[in-house]
Design a protein. Structure first.
Length: 235
């Protein structure tokens, strides 16, 4: 999902980034062939109720865009068995990694959209998610690439639309320039309140027994600098 000046409600967007890494072999390729069809969000253009994707009654639905290797999503799903989780990730190797965790942990409350999030969001009703997470997205640091950023003025209205009133939007980045960009764009959204009350609220990863925020593989690498963690709430 791009972050430029295009219409935020446009059904199709150009995807920037890798879709494949090293060739998959053995078990991971088998998971793509067997497990992915069973846990995939159904393709199509028709409206989609996310709660209908799960075989059990659920109390809430979360969406994670760009789940990487799936560590955060899988741990959240294990900690919240009554919450349904939908993960979007176009990188095939990351999808295979999450599938392995779904199988190992027997996670029935996870569904996967193995593609860009834009077309899926266009199908979703207003206020259908209790939480939206975008953790360590590609910062596209060169100015000429800023329009590719997944969080920006063009995409935030769509993200806000699918959050219920009181729902949370969780963002993490370790890129100082992207942090400034995100804060400028998000604080300009009239429907979003930034929950930080002090610098410590966004310099330390929120993590507690009643509300875990598991670390991602990228966070542990800390590639670009100090990680920052932002939480917004829809009014």
């Amino acid at each position: 999902m791009t972050g430029g000046d295009a219409d935020p409600d446009a059904p199709a967007r150009r995807f920037f980034g890798r879709r494949k890494g090293r060739p998959l072999r053995g078990r991971r390729q088998a998971l793509l062939d067997t497990l992915l069809p069973r846990v995939s969000v159904p393709a199509g253009d028709e409206p989609l109720d996310p709660k209908s994707l799960f075989p059990m009654a659920i109390d809430a639905v979360w969406l994670e865009i760009g789940f990487g290797g799936g560590e955060h999503l899988a741990q959240q799903a294990q900690a919240r068995p009554k919450t349904g989780f939908i993960g979007c990730e176009p990188f095939v190797n990351g999808v295979a990694s999450l599938l392995g965790q779904i199988e190992e942990q027997r996670l029935e409350n996870v569904r996967v959209h193995a593609d860009d999030a834009g077309p899926l969001i266009a199908r979703l009703p207003d206020g259908c998610f209790d939480c939206l997470a975008i953790l360590f997205p590609d910062p596209w640091p060169k100015r000429r690439h800023w329009r590719r950023r997944v969080i920006g003025p063009a995409t935030l209205p769509a993200y806000t639309r699918i959050l219920r009133p009181g729902g949370e939007f969780r963002i993490a980045t370790d890129h100082a320039g992207y942090l400034e960009w995100i804060l400028r764009a998000a604080t300009a959204q009239p429907e979003l309140d930034w929950l930080a009350e002090s610098p410590g609220d966004w310099r330390a990863r929120p993590d507690s027994p009643h509300d875990p925020w598991p670390a991602t593989r990228y966070e542990r690498k800390s590639l670009a600098g100090r990680p920052h963690f932002l939480t917004f709430r829809r009014r």
